[in-house]
Design a protein around this ligand. Structure first.
Ligand code: ATP
Ligand code: MG
Length: 495
């Protein structure tokens, strides 16, 4: 529904655009052409008038000479010359040639001769001006229509008359009216008009069709994206959008494919996490149930069996409690926000964590070093940082045997606090290093079982460090020891 209304709006928008663009271009072209033609018509009129005046003057001079040759003098000579002139005028100015009509007027502006009725332009005032100024005067009969009208109707251009004063052989002054009818120019305009209209309409049509094709193509892309979004919403994460070319729609499809891929990966991780967590919980539950059975069968009679079962149930329930605590810690770090920014001493925090780890691993006889005595002030989330340091120290002590050394070092610049926990323990095989931050990953199943871990310590630490905007890296050589480096911003209050 929404898509089709968009298509309709875009159709009307493209139609309007086509009409505006093509109409604008056509009208401008037509105006330019008609102006050029009007200027050409004016030039033709002026040229015709100059020619006509020249011809008349030459003939008047010839006629005066001819009359003189006949021995006439004075007024008689003038009269005869004028008669000779007007005898030849009809031959010289045959009517309608090249759209030019000519009319002669005497000094009283009465017509002496005209090539056609059309030549008798009713404009005594202009003739009078030409007579008085003794200079040619132009006048126009405004029949020219506005350019827009000319686009749809036969063209009519201005009819131009040039009134040229001329000295007649009898000593009087007359006027030649040379009137130019721009029929040639009008016919040119008429011939241009139809092809122009056809061209304009077909360009508008082509434009609309092309815009519609482009819109259709884009909307088809959007429709595919919508279908993909719907199937994602319905839980089908296996959809993959077609990606063709390197344009914006393809780029959007590419980004959505990446998003779908990430969602798929996340969903798989989630499923694996739940499966792993259930599996880890199932082991101590099975232990507890087994020992409860033993207690029920023999616990009343055999004190040794009873004590062993109670100790085992206690051990397994502690393990369950620890796992539940770790799972809760993961859920907490997965939820965004909640990072504090309070002043604290990093070294004091490290010292307390070291003391608590030493208490837990007292029996192993491991040497320890650090952190420095001096205070290292920072602003951040001490509780989260303590979680991180505890995880690292726990691993260091857990995976180091008697006689080994666990060291914690701290240093800081104005921006960054660096905490390094290193040990001389068993180290991590190179092939396991890329996986140790995955939830429930333990590098060696049998060893981990012996040490009782879940494989949740490092993922929890990494999530906490990243929540603080920091970074955690591990360097390790199998059999030689491990160093974990944590970098966190020194002042979390400055964002
Ligand atoms: N300091 C270390 N020395 C040797 N191996 C280590 C060290 N730290 C981590 N590892 C390896 O990385 C794995 C993942 O560590 P992580 O702390 O996530 O889990 P865990 O210690 O096995 O269990 P948990 O921390 O949940 O009790 C460990 O199982 C161990 O194989
Ligand atoms: Mg651990």
């Amino acid at each position: 529904m929404r898509r089709s209304s968009l298509r309709t709006s875009l159709f009307f928008a493209s139609l309007l655009l086509a009409v505006l663009v093509v109409g604008g271009v056509s009208i401008t072209t037509y105006i330019v052409v008609s102006e050029v033609v009007a200027v050409a018509a004016h030039d033709a009129a002026v040229q015709a008038s100059l020619r006509a005046a020249d011809i008349a003057k030459v003939r008047a001079t010839d006629a005066a000479l001819e009359a003189a040759n006949r021995g006439l003098t004075g007024t008689e000579r003038g009269q005869e010359a004028k008669r000779l002139l007007f005898r030849d005028v009809p031959v010289m100015f045959r009517g309608g040639r090249d759209g030019v009509e000519v009319a002669f007027y005497d000094e009283n502006l009465e017509p002496l001769w005209f090539s056609d009725e059309r030549a008798l332009v009713v404009d005594d005032e202009a003739r009078q001006r030409a007579m008085t100024a003794a200079k040619p005067v132009e006048s126009a009969q405004h029949v020219r229509q506005p350019p827009l009208v000319g686009l749809f109707r036969p063209t009519t251009l201005d009819v131009l008359t040039v009134h040229v004063p001329i000295d007649l052989p009898d000593g009087t002054r007359g006027i030649i009216d040379v009137t130019y009818f721009p029929e040639l120019e009008e016919s040119i305009m008429d011939r241009v008009r139809l092809p122009m209209l056809v061209l304009a309409l077909s360009s508008a049509l082509v434009m609309v069709v092309m815009i519609q094709a482009a819109v259709g193509w884009i909307l088809r892309g959007i429709e595919q994206l919508r279908l993909a979004a719907e199937s994602i919403e319905a839980g089908h994460l296996e959809v993959q959008l077609p990606v063709e070319g390197n344009h914006e729609v393809a780029n959007l499809a590419r980004s959505l494919n990446l998003l779908i891929g990430r969602l798929r990966h996340r969903a798989a991780m989630q499923t694996r996490f739940v499966a792993d967590a259930s599996h880890e919980l199932a082991t101590p539950v099975a232990g507890i149930r087994g020992y409860t059975g033993i207690l029920r069968a023999w616990g009343a009679e055999d004190a040794e069996v009873r004590d062993e079962a109670i100790a085992a149930i206690d051990r397994e329930s502690r393990r369950m409690a620890r796992l539940c605590g770790d799972l809760l810690a993961i859920v907490r770090t997965d939820q965004a926000g909640g990072i504090e920014a309070v002043p604290f001493d990093v070294n004091e925090l490290a010292r307390e964590s070291m003391a608590s780890a030493l208490t837990r691993y007292k029996h192993k006889g491991i040497e320890h070093a650090g952190p420095p005595e001096a205070a290292l002030e920072a602003v951040g989330d001490p509780a989260r940082l303590e979680d991180v340091i505890s995880v690292l120290l726990d691993n260091a002590f857990k995976y180091t045997s008697a006689g080994g050394v666990v060291t914690i070092e701290t240093q800081a610049t104005d921006e960054i606090v660096t905490i390094e926990v290193s040990d001389t323990g068993i180290g991590i095989p190179a092939e396991d290093l890329p996986n140790i931050f995955e939830r429930f990953y333990r590098s060696d199943a049998s060893r981990s079982k012996a040490t009782g871990g879940f494989g949740l310590g490092l993922p929890i630490a990494k999530a906490a460090v990243e929540a603080m905007g920091g970074d955690i890296t591990v360097r390790s050589a199998h059999g030689e020891g491990t160093t974990v480096t944590v970098l966190v911003p020194r002042d979390l209050s400055t964002g």
